[in-house]
Design a protein around this ligand. Structure first.
Ligand code: MG
Length: 250
């Protein structure tokens, strides 16, 4: 069931999203070669708590295997849901960071792929195209239009560059919970509701250098490309109003 948000609720989500965007601005210079991914996670937990929020994804998921970080940090062939660890970031890595904040019960969601040191031309091009896919998807958000319009925009841009689109995972409604209806796919598939006033969604293309096929690792979280080639991931939380859309996580 899609839970539409009223103006006051969107204001709460907007505050949460602004905070999350500020955190991304501050973490950017910390994503450098030699840093352990868990150091970034510890930094983020502390930052979020000091700002009066709670890491929304810490402890998320099944009780038998809750997510153990405030950040998902996915390197190179890792697509999403990478677990912070003692692994050190190396020069040339693509570092996808995904996070959310619970601020007074309002949830935000955003991700960015950072380039650690100097990355290969292929990695940089993939990263640029993935960010472009996100903005093409956002440009397709129109009150009254159907959700698959976003997917078509994302997919056509990725395919035009020869990249694979991850179909197995997708964006989603957000705001009251980390994952809500509707699903927001990156290729046209599944339910295709209209975008209504009060809809808040996370749009998050996951684009691969090779095919869109993915695998889940044994840790139960980390999703990697099936061919182990590079992947990038960009995400914004977007609100739909009567006559326009607004990126909340800028
Ligand atoms: Mg996210």
């Amino acid at each position: 069931m899609i839970r539409l948000k009223n103006a006051k609720q969107i204001e709460g989500i907007r505050e949460s999203c602004k905070l999350l965007a500020a955190m991304f601005g501050e973490i950017r210079p910390l994503v450098v070669p030699g840093v352990e991914t868990r150091e970034l996670d510890i930094w983020a937990r502390d930052w979020i708590r000091k700002a009066g929020g709670r890491p929304a994804i810490l402890g998320y998921g099944d009780r038998s295997n809750p997510f153990p970080g405030a950040l998902c940090i996915s390197l190179n062939e890792e697509v999403i849901h990478g677990i912070p660890s003692r692994r050190k970031i190396a020069a040339g890595d693509l570092v996808s960071i995904d996070s959310g904040i619970d601020l007074a019960g309002f949830i935000s969601d955003k991700s960015e792929t950072f380039e650690a040191g100097r990355v290969s031309e292929a990695a940089a091009a993939l990263n640029t195209a993935t960010r472009e896919c996100l903005y093409k998807g956002i440009a397709a958000v129109q009150p009254g239009a159907r959700l698959h319009q976003i997917a078509r925009a994302v997919q056509s841009h990725a395919v035009s560059r020869g990249y694979g689109v991850v179909e197995h995972y997708c964006g989603h409604g957000v705001g009251f919970d980390v994952h809500e209806d509707p699903q927001v796919p990156n290729v046209p598939q599944g339910p295709n509701p209209r975008m209504m006033n009060g809809l808040v969604i996370a749009i998050e293309p996951m684009i691969n250098l090779g095919t869109g096929d993915v695998e889940l690792l044994e840790d139960g979280w980390t999703v990697v490309t099936a061919d182990r080639r590079l992947s990038a991931h960009w995400e914004h939380t977007v609100a739909v109003f009567r006559d326009h859309a607004e990126i909340l996580t800028l």
